[in-house]
Design a protein around this ligand. Structure first.
Ligand SMILES: [Zn+2]
Length: 81
């Protein structure tokens, strides 16, 4: 049977699905009766989703950089008129 320390150790693996089924089931049954670990797992989940929100923004920066070049090229065309 899994204990609270097992949840703490395997929380990110559990969320990402990087665990064998037997281990997942052990953690799952612990979470069924342990509210404390459910809350803990919820915190980890929100942390992970915050990180995954930040990452696309980094990609957006390269897009805006490309967009800025296009806008600059357009404005240079305007000034030559
Ligand atoms: Zn627990």
């Amino acid at each position: 049977m899994s204990e609270c320390k097992d949840i703490a150790e395997e929380a990110s693996n559990y969320i990402e699905g990087n665990l064998p089924l037997s281990k997942r089931l052990g953690l799952f049954f612990h979470l069924v009766w342990c509210k404390c670990c459910r809350n803990y797992l919820q915190q980890i989940r929100s942390t992970i989703s915050t990180i995954s929100v930040i990452r696309p923004r980094e990609n957006d920066n390269t897009d805006t950089d490309d967009l800025a070049k296009k806008l600059r090229a357009l404005s240079q065309q305007d000034s030559s008129d």
